[in-house]
Design a protein around this ligand. Structure first.
Ligand code: AMP
Ligand code: FE
Ligand code: FE
Ligand code: ZN
Length: 292
């Protein structure tokens, strides 16, 4: 159990950052260094479907007198909607959670190969190009295909790749296996973690889940929403704030940093209040924050 003493960490807090253990471009150490340089004092590493970056990030955070919260961004899907569920302070050895994350990661590889095969009909791109952009630790995704397209000179950066060749409308898109959001919330909560829906109101493909379904997730243990995120729409944020107040939920703000070269998002561009960080810590029972 956590002691829940809120005075043991200090803000500003950014609870959503990625390293090269998923689809960020930097090592956990470099992510922590950048977060610190951007003024962050408490951070969570939230690689997609993977926890292998925790130890390195925790050590780098301790060295700088920062507090580290272990986290993960769990891939889920509801019909055609991709839904990302942030899990904080869960037990990484929980068998059910670890098995499901492994299943998602394994399927992501075959899916990436299918996307590349499809792109290769029209462009000079091979699977080996993607492997060259992927470390052994990575959770393979479209960002690595984007890096291969950049290396081939077919696009200038990840943004151009996502707006063009990798966009679902371009016809090369394939989904990967992902459990439904209810399963994701149950797995995180069952492992003693705190489940927060990441960027729940982005434009277009990831449109907000229906309120009755969100209320079902809340009843199953969903703790809150990531509201301050650059991709959430203003009307969406207003609606979520209303829902969060009605159900006394946790609300967070974060950068979704993917490396200086990975995405324009910068550490600390959105932050989570001390009160909300304290609520996350108090609610969790699966693992402890690493204090300086
Ligand atoms: P995937 O999970 O393989 O479908 O790829 C989605 C991931 O790509 C997300 O987790 C984002 O990190 C990343 N992504 C989405 N849009 C962009 C973009 N415009 N530039 C860079 N990365 C992006
Ligand atoms: Fe990502
Ligand atoms: Fe996400
Ligand atoms: Zn993310």
């Amino acid at each position: 159990m956590t002691s829940g003493a809120p005075s043991r960490f200090s803000g500003p807090s950014d609870l959503h950052l990625h390293s090269n253990h998923s689809d960020g471009t930097e090592t956990p150490t470099e992510v922590v260094r950048q977060a610190h340089a951007h003024g962050i004092r408490t951070l969570a590493l939230t690689d997609h479907d993977r926890t292998t970056g925790w130890a390195e990030a925790a050590a780098a955070a301790s060295e700088r007198g920062m507090t580290f919260l272990p986290g993960m961004e769990f891939s889920a899907r509801q019909d055609w909607r991709s839904v990302h569920v942030l899990g904080y302070l869960f037990d990484p050895t929980d068998a059910a959670l670890a098995a499901e994350a492994e299943r998602i990661r394994a399927d992501r590889v075959g899916r990436a190969e299918r996307i590349v095969r499809s792109i290769a009909r029209d462009y000079d791109l091979r699977w080996d190009d993607v492997l060259e952009q992927t470390t052994a630790d990575a959770t393979v995704g479209r960002p690595h295909i984007a890096d291969a397209l950049i290396a081939r000179g077919l696009v200038v950066d990840r943004t151009e790749a996502f707006e063009g060749i990798l966009h679902p409308r371009s016809g090369y898109y394939e989904p990967h296996y992902a459990p439904d959001p209810l399963t994701a919330v149950r797995l995180i909560t069952g492992a003693g973690g705190v489940a927060i829906i990441a960027h729940p109101v982005t434009k277009g493909r990831d449109r907000m889940l229906p309120v009755p379904f969100l209320e079902r997730l809340i009843a199953e243990g969903l703790a809150g929403f990531e509201i301050d995120h650059r991709e959430n729409t203003e009307p969406g944020k207003r609606e979520l704030r209303r829902l969060a107040a009605e159900h006394d939920l946790i609300v967070t703000g974060s950068s979704d940093y993917h490396g200086m070269a990975g995405k324009p998002n910068r550490p600390g561009e959105n932050t989570t209040s001390d009160e909300m960080v304290a609520r996350i810590i108090a609610r969790a029972s699966g693992s402890e924050p690493i204090y300086p």
